[in-house]
Every structure is written in C-alpha cells, then in structure tokens.
Write a protein that binds this ligand. Structure first.
Ligand code: TYM
Length: 342
C-alpha cells in the first residue's frame, strides 16, 4: 500500500518556499494516495517557542493545509503531540541511530551555528523524531522541499538498521517526493540563502498571509541584477538551468523559478515569454501572479483564524484517526524490540 506522510513546523512565518516546496504539492497527492499531513509541534520546540504563540502557529499551519485545498475527510490532518506514538518510537530510533549519522546532518550544523554546546538535545535528535513520524505509519512516500533530502536518507538508514538489527522486514524504505520547479526557493534579499521562517528580514520572504500590497512591495524591493532577463537558450537538454549559469545570477533564476512554479509552466515557457525583458516589467507580472495565487489562500487562512473551533475539530478528528494507525504499529515494534507487555 502507498501511504504519504509529511509535516510542517508551527514556527510562524509560513512562506512561499513552504507553499511551493511542500504544501501545494500535498494537494494533488490526496487523489492518489492515503495521505497524512502533520503539524510537527514536537519538532518546533527543539528551539524556544513562546507557548501562546505556538498554539496560534499550530492552528495557522492547519489552516494553511485546509486553505491550500487539503480535504480533511480524505486526508488526516493533526498535530504531532496529540499522538504519543511519535515520541515513543523516536526513543527507540534514538537507540538505533548512530552519533556519527547525526553528526553529519547539515540542518543541525546550520541551526546550532557557533553555539553548538548551547543547542538543545532535541535539536540534535530532530532527525530520529522525523523518522518516527514517517515510520509510525509505515509511510512509503514523503513529499518535501529539497532541504529535507538528507533527513529522509537518514530515515531510510534507520529503517534499514532496525530491520537488520532485529532480523525483520518490518519498516518500508521510503521514497522522497521532491516535486515541481521550486524545490528550493531562495531569499528575496540574497539569492544564495534559502527562504526561511527565521530570517530576521521580512523582505526576505513572501508569507502565505501577505496581502497584495505587501507582495508587490517585497517583489519590487527583491534583489536583482543589472542585466536583462535571459532567453530559453540558457537551458540544458533536459530543460533545466545549468548550475553554473544559475550561480552566476542566483536572484534572477530564483525569481524565474518562482514564476514558473506559480504559473505551473515549464521554465522554457517562462524564459521565452520574458527573454530580454527588464526586471521592472517581470517583477510586476510576478507580483500579479503571486497575488492571484496566494490571495485566496491567505484570505481563507484569515477566515479560519477567526474560527479556531473549526480548526481544532479537524485536528482532534485527525489525531484520533492517526492514533488508530500508529498504535498497532507501535505495539508490533515493542514486541519486536522485546518489551514485555503483560
Ligand atoms: P519545515 O517546517 O522547516 O518546512 C516545511 C516544508 O517546507 C519545505 N521548505 C522549502 N521548500 C522550498 N524552498 C524553501 N525555501 C523551503 N523551506 C522549507 C521543507 O522542505 C518542508 O517540506 N523537518 C521538516 C518537518 C518534518 C517532516 C517530518 C517532513 C517533521 N517530520 C516528516 C516530512 C516528514 C521541516 O523542516 O519542516
């Protein structure tokens, strides 16, 4: 059976990268797979979260799922802390994963920065909780942005080691689904940095609740370069922008990739349309497109923020359905590991 699992952290400032790299791709998958979409609040507290804000942000991610078009009847939408199996399985995986594996995780290095000694133990063990999220449901496919690839490889390593340590063929080896043309959306201020929730500059990102004025202003101020836009001749045979070309004009290619993703068009079409254009013209078209795509989603998110009871009901129902899948799997794992449950 094919089962999808994915998650988004409720750490505020949901942005265009989260939308194009992940949330938007969750929607069509519900027609094909059994889908579970989680708001990963246990992951969020690996760095400090104000408790009242965490609650609001948890509802905001759930609202983003709903507003983007995920159907809570066909899919399971819930927040992680409501299903104890995640934390319980994570402990077992902490005992399967090796220190050397976690030491290689680039996200930990980036997030801990120079103050590694001061980072939480949870931040270090973040990837084994992520493996638990996925494997508590024996999910087979995981849609994410490019930055999560290394974590998914670690999940495969954990599944494989568990199976071989205990001599079972229990956990499936997942397939990452890194979909679309904007799998790594970059900051609007610096095309070499990923667009992120934690960038101190609001102008670095478009958020899912930005209004038309904010979107237009942020794209107008977005860093660009002095040249005209390139044409489709820069593309390689597969229709992709070669790495060296992209690196020479990171801001230009980031904006073009955002346009292609929002327009749902191949890069070649976008380059043909804007070949030789000035940034001012292109940025105007990009703002209009982003407003058309994000406007209705942001409006629905705002409507849902006035109705927390409706969002909470979705999370409660989702958690109940999630527990019904995860608890029997955890019971089997406990038996495999040798925990006595008289
Ligand atoms: P989070 O909240 O950081 O990101 C949520 C999703 O958004 C994608 N993403 C991006 N995609 C393109 N460009 C960007 N600039 C960008 N920034 C973020 C992320 O790749 C992710 O898909 N560890 C996960 C949450 C998680 C999870 C899981 C995911 C916890 N358990 C199990 C899948 C399966 C994360 O960092 O979320």
């Amino acid at each position: 059976m094919k089962r999808i699992f994915s998650g988004v952290q409720p750490t505020g400032n949901l942005h265009l990268g989260n939308y194009l790299g992940a949330i938007r791709n969750f929607v069509p998958l519900q027609d094909e797979y059994d889908c579970i979409y989680c708001v990963v609040d246990l992951h969020a507290i690996t760095v400090w979260q104000d408790p009242a804000v965490l609650k609001a942000n948890t509802r905001e991610v759930a609202a983003a799922y709903l507003a983007a078009g995920i159907d809570p009847k066909r899919c399971i939408i819930f927040n992680q802390s409501q299903v104890a199996a995640h934390a319980e399985l994570a402990w077992i995986f902490n005992c399967v994963a090796r220190l050397g594996w976690l030491n290689r995780m680039t996200q930990f290095k980036e997030k801990a920065g120079k103050h590694r000694e001061n980072a939480s133990v949870g931040l270090y063990a973040y990837p084994s909780l992520m493996a638990a999220d996925i494997l508590a449901y024996k999910a087979t496919h995981v849609p994410v942005g490019e930055d999560q690839k290394q974590h998914l490889e670690l999940t495969r390593d954990i599944a494989q080691k568990f199976n071989s340590d205990f001599g079972v063929a229990y956990f499936p080896l997942l397939e990452p689904l890194i979909l679309g043309t904007a799998t790594r959306v970059m900051s609007l201020r610096d095309g070499t940095k990923k667009m992120s929730k934690s960038d101190p500059s609001d102008y670095s990102r478009i958020t899912m609740t930005d209004d038309a004025d904010a979107i237009a202003k942020k794209f107008r101020k977005a860093t660009s370069d002095a040249e005209l836009l390139p044409g489709p001749e820069v593309l390689d045979d597969s229709g992709a922008v070669p790495e060296a070309i992209r690196q020479a004009r990171p801001e230009a290619y980031n904006l073009l990739a955002i346009y292609a993703a929002l327009a749902d068009k191949p890069m070649a079409d976008v380059l043909t349309e804007f070949a030789g254009a000035q940034f001012s013209k292109f940025k105007g078209a990009l703002s209009d497109l982003a407003v058309a795509r994000l406007g209705p989603i942001g409006a629905e998110m705002k409507r849902l923020s006035d109705d927390p009871g409706a969002v909470d009901a979705v999370l409660r129902d989702g958690a109940q359905r999630a527990r019904a899948i995860a608890e029997p799997i955890l019971a089997e794992v406990y038996d495999i590991v040798g925990f006595l449950r008289p």
